[in-house]
Structures are given as C-alpha cells and as structure tokens.
Design a protein around this ligand. Structure first.
Ligand code: AMP
Length: 499
C-alpha cells in the first residue's frame, strides 16, 4: 500500500522536478521538485512532533506555498489536514480545536499568545505569510517515503461554513479527494501547458482541493496570489490560461474597464462556483470577453458534483450535468420527482465524504446507508439534463402553507431596471407563519422605491409569492466565498411584522 492521495498529486514532481508549480507576483518560483521536497520535510517535522497516522493537524495560517507543503506533508505523514478560515476568532477556534483534538495546531506567529489558551492540548507551531515560523525554522531531512494510507483513510477534515448551529467536520478520504480531482482535471482538459490563476483561499474546498489538486494532478502551474486582487488578476491573464473563482470575482472584474476581449485572449477557461452565478453576470462576461463562464456545483461534504460541459452549451443560471462518476437525483416526499419539478438534491459517488467527525447522528440524518448524501440544496433537472439550484432547503419560505422558492422571486427583481441584486427571505409573520420579504440592492441608475418594485413584479407572481415588504440596502452580507448570508438577513428583519 502506498499513500493514495499524495502518490497521485506528486507523481508529476518525480517525473519532472524542474517544472514550475507556483509563481508569486514577486517572481518567486516554486518548482514541483521544491514542492515535493518541502512537503516531505513538513511530513518529517510533523512526525518528529509526534504526529501518528490518523492524527489531525489543524492549521490557521495565511495563504502561502509553504501552507500547501504543510497540507501535502500532513497527508504524507498519514495525518488528517484540518484547515481553518483565517477569519475565525479565538473563541470559534476553541470550538474547532476542542472538537477535533488535533495533535498539532499551526498558526500565525503573531497569534500564538492569543490562541495558546484555546489550543486544547495540541502542540503549537507557527507559520507566517512568508512561509517562516517555528515549523520551518529547523526542518529535518525529508521523509524518505510517505506513510502508507489507503483510499478509505482520511486525508482531511473541513468544517462546513454552517450558517445555522455548530459547524460540522466533514471527513474526506484519500479516495474522495483523488477521484474528484482526476475527474475535474479530465473534464476541464487541464494539461501541463495550463497556467491557473490561483486567487482563492486555501482553507476551503474550492481553493484547496479544486484549484490546487487539479493543478497538481495535471502538471499545470499556478500564478499564486494571496487573495482576490483585480490588478494582479488582470496582469496575470495575458500569460495564463485558466481562472477559478467565486461569482464575486467575476462581478468585480466586470466593473473594471480594463476587462476586455484582448485582456482575456490567452485564457481558455473561466470556472465559477461556491455560490450562484447570476445569468446576467454570465451573459455580461461573454459579451465582454468572448468566454462563457463554466459554472459548477459542489460543497465541502462532496467535493464537486456537477459541471457545465467543456464542449457544448454552458447554460447560464444552471450548474450543468452530474460529473461522470457522480449520480444525482431530486427527491421530494421520499420519491424521485418528475423532470422539471423541484426537490432536494441527493448525490452519490466516490467524491462523497465519509461522515461528520464525531457526529454519528448528524451523519445518519444526511448520509443514507446506501451512499446517497442529502445535500440540503433544492434544485431541478430540465428536459436536457441541466441541473438548476434554486437555493438551500432551509432558505425556502413557507408562507400561508405555500412553498416559495426565493430564486424565482429574486430572478424577477434582479431583471428590473435599477436593481443590482436582491435576496428573498422568509420573516416570521403573525398570520402567514412566514412572509416573503425582498432585500434589494439598487445599482443607482434609476431611483427605486418599494411600490415600484412590488408593482413591477405583481403581474408575474401568484399572490402568496409576492414580497409583503421590499427593503433596500447598499450591499448584501456575504461570507468570504461570496455566499449571501441569508440567516443574517433574516435576523436583521425578524421583527418586521411583530406587533
Ligand atoms: P461550501 O460547503 O462552503 O462549499 O458550500 C456549499 C454550498 O454552496 C452548496 O450546498 C450550495 O448551496 C452552494 N453552491 C455551491 N456552488 C454553487 C453554484 N454553482 N450555484 C449555487 N449554489 C452553489
């Protein structure tokens, strides 16, 4: 037995160690050989520090190539990589660390004193944005060979962003990560001639697994950026071939006049995911650059599930077809629904996680014994097989006993002149249980008021779907992956209809 995940991810490093893997804007180049050696040293350091197979290595660090070496090194050492959002506060970290009981916790040197009290007995090591700290100060000789791990062994635990209740640790096996990266690299035609603009955070499935693993497997190199920066992305485009982003990357780039057909002439692929991409953004991007954004759908628990096609129509507002090795069905009332009907999306395949860390009841609620995972997303499949996501099941509004799917109402409002975007939520109401409320962000081109919006959509919607109130805001609350925080909006407007 070998190390199922890193054998695949680092195979290219052995074959061609001099090939660049990452280039930073400052011009620092890390070759594949550097990456593999760095990872093997990290593995040796972790084993020195007491990490044994199955031990968690929790990490809250800035994005750096060394942080990727730490990811690979943890897996090589037989450990379970546990990345944490850099925005988490000490008390939030306290929950994750006491839940996951890692052997080692790696954090930024500037935070050691604040975080030591919540480390829950883990050994603390440091790593800063430049890749320096107690972890790398005295790295031992590289580990001669990775620790043997099979497909079903855990490689990572990623906590879900969880807008309600405690976040849950999704356990991801070597098989889940390796199979999904292989599928995506093939489907999206990644090769060693690709240069991927890597501007996503690496504590989330999108930047850590989709972007990094696909680049590693295919031999592509990365322009490795610390975060989203339109100047750096526009500067990289003429010598790059692919970008993976969240929808806000695309809306922000569209607001930059420098984005034009010639700026994107060398690019072959723009991928979007982690939150819904408005059909309008999709069309605007095609008009401006000549490229149709490829939208895909996935989540922490499952890696990627669906993708629009590489060849063929990339249909705006849809997330495309199930991946070749992923089964997808839409369920309501315990049965698969007819085509076109809305229900809860379930998926099954090698990409699906192994359960929630130390939460057998939660696992049993969402992961069926026959392998189907109940995603909690609502969606439908059209006659051509394209999947559309209409929102999270928990965001569906039930008003007077009728189901209202926010996306239907949002779509109508978003098309009105003067509207930048909108979010439709359910708010407690004494008569209806919940009332539909629209929160609208104006684009400033025309003046908007509640009556204009209500009047403009009234003819398009059944009475129970019409917003009872329209509220205005300058921006919608979003998390770092660009997801609208509907729970926060509901909390802000909870008292709207109370006596
Ligand atoms: P996360 O676990 O943070 O990656 O969040 C996963 C959730 O993001 C999914 O369950 C969906 O609700 C949402 N999501 C991901 N990709 C898309 C997409 N392309 N369109 C709409 N929602 C998406």
């Amino acid at each position: 037995m070998t190390n199922h995940l890193t054998d695949a991810l680092l195979a290219g490093a052995a074959a061609d160690p001099a090939r660049p893997f990452a280039t930073t804007p400052e011009g620092r180049v890390t070759t594949r050989g550097d990456l593999a050696t760095g990872a093997a040293r990290m593995a040796a350091a972790l084993i020195d520090a007491g990490v044994e197979p199955g031990d968690r290595v929790a990490v809250q660090v800035d994005k750096s190539v060394e942080a990727l070496m730490l990811y690979l090194g943890t897996v090589m050492a037989g450990g379970v990589f546990l990345p944490l959002n850099t925005a988490y506060t000490p008390s939030e970290l306290g929950y994750f660390l006491s839940d996951a009981t890692p052997r080692i916790f790696v954090c930024n040197p500037a935070r050691v004193e604040t975080l030591a009290p919540v480390a829950a007995g883990a050994g603390i090591r440091t790593l800063d944005a430049a890749g320096r700290g107690s972890l790398t100060d005295s790295l031992p000789a590289p580990l001669p060979a990775p620790v043997a791990r099979g497909p079903e062994d855990l490689a990572a635990i990623l906590y879900t962003s969880g807008t309600t209740g405690r976040s849950k640790g999704a356990m991801l096996s070597h098989r889940a990560l390796r199979s999904n990266s292989r599928t995506l690299a093939d489907l999206w035609r990644f090769t060693d001639t690709d240069v991927l603009i890597h501007a996503l955070p690496i504590y989330h499935t999108h930047g850590l697994f989709v972007a990094t693993n696909v680049a590693l497997l295919s031999g592509a190199s990365c322009v490795f950026l610390p975060g989203f920066d339109p100047d750096a992305i526009l500067a990289a485009m003429p010598t790059s071939t692919a970008l993976m982003g969240v929808p806000t990357f695309y809306t922000r780039l569209l607001s930059d006049d420098r984005l034009a057909r010639d700026a994107a002439a060398n690019m072959r692929l723009f991928v979007s995911g982690s939150a819904p991409l408005l059909a309008e953004t999709h069309r605007a991007w095609t008009d401006r650059t000549g490229h149709a954004i490829l939208e895909r759908y996935g989540m922490t628990e499952t890696n990627m599930n669906t993708s629009n096609p590489y060849d063929g129509e990339r249909r705006p507002g849809t997330v495309g077809f199930p991946l070749p090795d992923v089964e997808l069905r839409i369920m309501a009332d315990g049965r698969e629904v007819a085509p076109g009907e809305i229900g809860v999306i379930e998926v099954r395949g090698p990409n699906v996680f192994s359960g929630y860390w130390q939460m057998p009841e939660k696992t049993a609620e969402e992961l069926r014994p026959d392998g189907w995972f109940i995603t909690g997303d609502l969606g439908c499949i059209d006659a051509d097989g394209y999947v559309t996501i209409v929102g999270r099941a928990k965001d569906m509004v039930i008003s007077g006993g009728f189901n209202v799917y926010p996306k239907e109402v949002e779509g109508l409002i978003d098309d009105l002149p003067g509207v930048l975007e909108s979010a439709v939520i359910g708010v407690p109401h004494p008569d209806f249980g919940e009332a539909v409320v629209a929160v609208v962000v104006p684009d400033g081109s025309v003046s908007l008021d509640e009556a204009t919006i209500s009047g403009a959509i009234a003819g398009e919607l059944a009475n129970f779907k019409r917003p009872k109130r329209v509220m205005f805001r300058d921006a919608l609350p979003r998390n770092t992956m660009g997801k609208v925080q509907k729970a926060a909006l509901r909390a802000d407007h909870a008292g709207l209809f109370s006596a």
